[in-house]
Design a protein around this ligand. Structure first.
Ligand code: ZN
Length: 438
């Protein structure tokens, strides 16, 4: 049901282009990058950027279900869908331990249910559309007012006390000197705030964020991984993070390899496929499994053409030239270390050096070779022992043409490569930390 609604929402363009949360093929990274680029661009033109980070009260709990149902119907959803949504929202019963009767809930959308983010977003839509991004306090205040009114109409509200204002500038205008009014509350500008897990400060220096990472990564492996993936920052690194943020953009550009590694059809191809299925269903009056299989094959062929011709993620293309067996495999989970090895994005000096996080691209043991995923997997003598046990398990020396085929051949093959990846990547990581400590 969620997929159908989501597809319907995407196809009918309900969702504003600049909204990224809860969307397939989009992520908070787009949002973060958008803000970063906007401020960076303004600084280049000696302009400031006023930004409010609004807090909406009791989002999931306060959605007015009647308004939601009306909106779905007016957007052209079929009666069956509206009824189903009514069922999951209106007809929720809450059972309390020890009580014999159930309580009925008729406000809000169920938190934690797969549909809820989409339903919530649908209720937000008019609000977002109404708020034009505009510069200047007056524009900002009036935008927030309109947003507030729209939220009111669906049973939600902005919390002025939790709302943050930042005046991004590089002209030494201190925090606290800018004020805006939200209803009867005055909100003063602050120095920094956390947005989607990243601390943005008014100078865009990311100093607070780096300190935060340093504090966290000592005992929080998850955060480390999160930061590595989302920001491309090496924890504990103290160089300008502007470069690091650029990696976000780079990551978005190399998303084609990320989709392949995750085995997820790129969003536009997925949408095309569903549109074709919709047309077939309309024409034939029925949708057969055969139709689905054929259209999926067609999508995979389109994806394959795009993948073969891609100039991004060449290392991954080399390892996984053929998408079908990879995407349709029955075993084999990806993990952090495998992702690094198969994407080439990780603690390899050639990669770190590309983004200014290391001085040299060369391997510490092999002065004539760059330390990249290929060198580490096939040639570097530092990992001869690990390589030998992998070759032994495979029964032959592996090459870039055979390594993924070996992973796909059996659980054992997958596990052997995965174990190689985690041993080697952990060692490279230690090496990198030692270099920076020294
Ligand atoms: Zn080497």
């Amino acid at each position: 049901m969620k997929n159908r609604l989501q597809w319907w929402a995407e196809v009918n363009d309900w969702i504003p282009k600049d909204q990224h949360g809860f969307r397939r093929g989009h992520s908070g990274v787009d949002n973060m990058t958008g803000l970063f680029l906007m401020v960076e661009n303004a600084f280049r033109g000696s302009r400031d950027v006023l930004t409010t980070f609004l807090d909406v009260e009791g989002a999931f709990d306060n959605v007015n279900v009647d308004v939601l149902l009306e909106r779905l119907a007016s957007l052209g959803c079929t009666r069956r869908i509206v009824k189903f949504v009514q069922f999951v929202t209106r007809e929720r019963l809450i059972f309390t331990e020890g009580a014999t009767t159930a309580m009925r809930l008729c406000k809000g959308v169920p938190q934690g249910a797969v549909l809820s983010p989409l339903l919530l977003r649908t209720t937000f839509r008019s609000a977002w559309e109404a708020a034009d991004p505009a510069e200047g306090v007056a524009a900002l205040e009036s935008a927030i007012e309109t947003l507030g009114e729209n939220l009111d109409s669906i049973g939600l509200g902005i919390s002025p006390l939790k709302t943050k204002l930042i005046r991004f500038n590089d002209r030494n205008i201190q925090p606290g000197r800018q004020r805006i009014k939200i209803r009867e509350h005055v909100v003063s500008s602050c120095s920094h705030t956390k947005f989607l897990g990243v601390i943005f400060d008014y100078r865009l220096s990311f100093k607070e964020h780096i300190n935060y990472i340093k504090k966290m990564h000592l005992n929080n492996e998850y955060h480390e991984i999160f930061v590595w993936h989302i920001l491309g920052i090496t924890p504990g690194h103290s160089r300008s993070t502007i470069d690091a943020i650029r990696i976000v953009v780079e990551t978005a550009r190399s998303a084609i390899a990320a989709c392949v590694l995750a085995g997820v059809l790129p969003l536009d191809l997925e949408a095309d496929e569903r549109a074709r299925l919709y047309e077939i269903g309309k024409r034939e009056g029925v949708l057969l499994d055969r139709n689905r299989t054929m259209e999926r094959m067609r999508s995979l062929d389109d994806w394959q053409r795009r993948w073969t011709g891609s100039n991004k993620g060449r290392w991954t293309v080399k390892l996984i030239p053929d998408l079908k067996p990879w995407v349709q495999r029955k075993h084999g989970e990806m993990n952090y270390y495998l992702t690094q090895l198969l994407s080439g994005h990780g603690c390899f000096r050639a990669y770190l050096c590309r983004f200014g996080h290391d001085d040299l691209a060369t391997c510490p043991s092999c002065p004539t070779e760059d330390e990249d995923a290929e060198h580490v997997l096939f040639r570097c003598p530092r990992f001869a022992r690990e390589r030998e046990s992998l070759w032994n398990a495979a029964g032959q020396p592996l090459t870039s043409e055979t390594v993924v085929a070996y992973m796909l051949s059996s659980h054992l093959g997958w596990a052997a490569v995965s174990s190689f990846a985690s041993t080697v990547m952990k060692q490279l990581r230690i090496g990198e930390r030692t270099r920076h400590a020294g």
